[in-house]
Design a protein around this ligand. Structure first.
Ligand code: AMP
Length: 463
């Protein structure tokens, strides 16, 4: 006999890093998506359903080869017609593809979209990291304004706090625009070249291919060099600095708990200006409150960066998982072939990780109703007509539970009691012949005989 819990050898299992989501767990996901959609709709976002597969180019053209997402993590396939497609690893590039494809530039800007569903990355499965995972994403396309960055960050934080998450901290950074990036990358590369012999193999490669990602390295041997590395916030162009300052002003005004994290660059290439990630931390680790006013902020942008370097090292040991991330991506549209740049900002929430939080308060999906009635049938005559009675209740939108496979009265009553359902309908041979049912109050045990034709009204009128 097979060991308990072990799958039989000849039964296939779900692919590594992917899983079935069944029953209550499914409701948890659905409840989250409903809640998040409600918040997004409230703020004027409209739903978009993106295909699971995109042309590989949508991702290849938007990222340099060194991004993990393109280098190793993308699931790709060739269709029978020879097209190269990829299972979507993220939603931002597809959303921008849809915006351009449907000429949404000609509508009033910005276009605000939300979407949710599965995304796929061929990564090593570990805590909070799957190969198929679910994201809820929001994108605000066509606005260069700092208020859009703030709104996206705020909305993301509000969705997380609406589902019960506590002690949410927003890590925020600015990686600037083109004018900031060129001199900054030159300095960063020069700095790292001096230490090249002490860096991990990945970082040595990144110096050539994608120097910004040197700051993303989690390898302990690279940490001391990362801490002393030049920081992007110290190299912002005037325009980038003004944009970032405004974003921080909004975050202050909105009383969001944030900290400037100079190492935050995010894995994808197309980000500009604001980048952010949201984590949930234990009480003790809540960082200092944001600076009180912007003058102070202006003076401390660089100092704050230095202070957080130490915090970062302390936190690195058991860093909390990022629950959401996002940023501005003003150059993505051109990479997808648009003649003009389209300023945009977005975020995505890692729903699997949110549901793993101890503080997550499951939201019941609207279609799931607590049963008001437990339907009990006795004898073959009654069983034959059971579905008709259940349908009378369903079409009157009265939530009903039942187990037609069971036969005994006591067993069925026991289940009704266990589920704490307030009323039972008892439907036996006699009732089946008379066209009636017995409605039993499970608390007082009082019973009424009711005509099937009057059943829905009767139940709607009981308190
Ligand atoms: P990204 O698209 O990489 O910015 O990811 C946004 C959020 O999705 C992250 O903050 C995570 O919460 C979640 N996420 C990303 N990759 C995975 C994964 N492989 N498994 C589970 N969640 C993920």
């Amino acid at each position: 006999m097979a060991k308990k819990g072990a799958a039989r050898k000849d039964v296939p299992t779900a692919p590594k890093g992917m899983r079935d989501i069944v029953g209550n767990e499914h409701h948890k996901y659905q409840g989250f998506f409903e809640k998040a959609s409600e918040v997004a709709l409230y703020y004027g976002f409209q739903p978009i359903e993106l295909p699971m597969l995109e042309r590989e180019d949508v991702f290849l053209s938007t990222n340099s080869e060194d991004t993990d997402l393109v280098g190793k993590e993308m699931y790709t396939l060739k269709t029978k017609g020879g097209d190269k497609l990829a299972l979507r690893p993220e939603g931002t590039a597809p959303a921008m593809r849809a915006y351009l494809e449907h000429g949404m530039q000609s509508q009033p800007q910005p276009i605000k979209l939300y979407y949710y569903g599965s995304f796929f990355r061929h990564d090593n499965p570990q805590r909070g990291r799957y190969r198929e995972f679910r994201q809820f994403g929001i994108e605000m396309i066509g606005s260069p304004k700092s208020v859009s960055d703030a709104m996206v960050i705020y909305l993301t934080a509000m969705i997380l706090s609406d589902v019960g998450l506590k002690n949410i901290v927003i890590d925020v950074n600015s990686i600037g625009d083109k004018d900031s990036r060129v001199p900054y990358l030159r300095e960063l590369t020069q700095y790292y070249r001096k230490h090249i012999n002490h860096l991990c193999a990945n970082c040595r490669e990144r110096i050539k291919t994608n120097p910004l990602r040197l700051l993303d390295c989690k390898n302990p041997e690279c940490q001391p060099y990362k801490e002393k590395a030049p920081q992007s916030i110290a190299h912002l162009s005037l325009a980038s600095k003004a944009h970032f300052k405004e974003v921080l002003e909004y975050l202050d005004a909105l009383k969001l708990n944030y900290r400037i994290n100079p190492y935050l660059v995010r894995g994808l290439d197309y980000y500009t200006h604001t980048v952010f990630e949201i984590v949930e931390v234990p009480d003790a680790k809540i960082p200092d409150a944001p600076a009180e006013n912007t003058t102070q902020l202006e003076e401390t942008v660089e100092e704050k960066g230095k202070r957080t370097a130490k915090d970062e090292r302390e936190a690195a040991a058991n860093a909390p998982l990022a629950l959401a991330g996002g940023g501005r991506y003003d150059y993505l549209a051109k990479r997808l072939g648009s003649k003009k740049d389209v300023p945009a900002v977005g975020a995505s929430i890692g729903v699997d990780r949110v549901l793993m939080s101890q503080n997550y308060k499951a939201v019941t999906p609207r279609i799931v109703k607590k049963p008001k009635i437990y339907f009990i049938q006795l004898g073959f005559e009654a069983k034959l007509k059971s579905l008709e009675i259940i349908e009378v209740l369903r079409s009157a939108r009265i939530p009903v539970a039942h187990s037609l496979n069971r036969d005994s009265l006591s067993g069925q009553l026991g289940t009704a009691e266990k589920l704490e359902i307030p009323y039972a309908i008892i439907f036996g041979q006699k009732e089946a012949l008379d066209g009636t049912v017995i409605v039993r109050n499970m608390l007082t045990r009082s019973q009424d005989t009711v005509k099937v034709a009057k059943l829905a009204d009767y139940i709607k009128n009981i308190k």
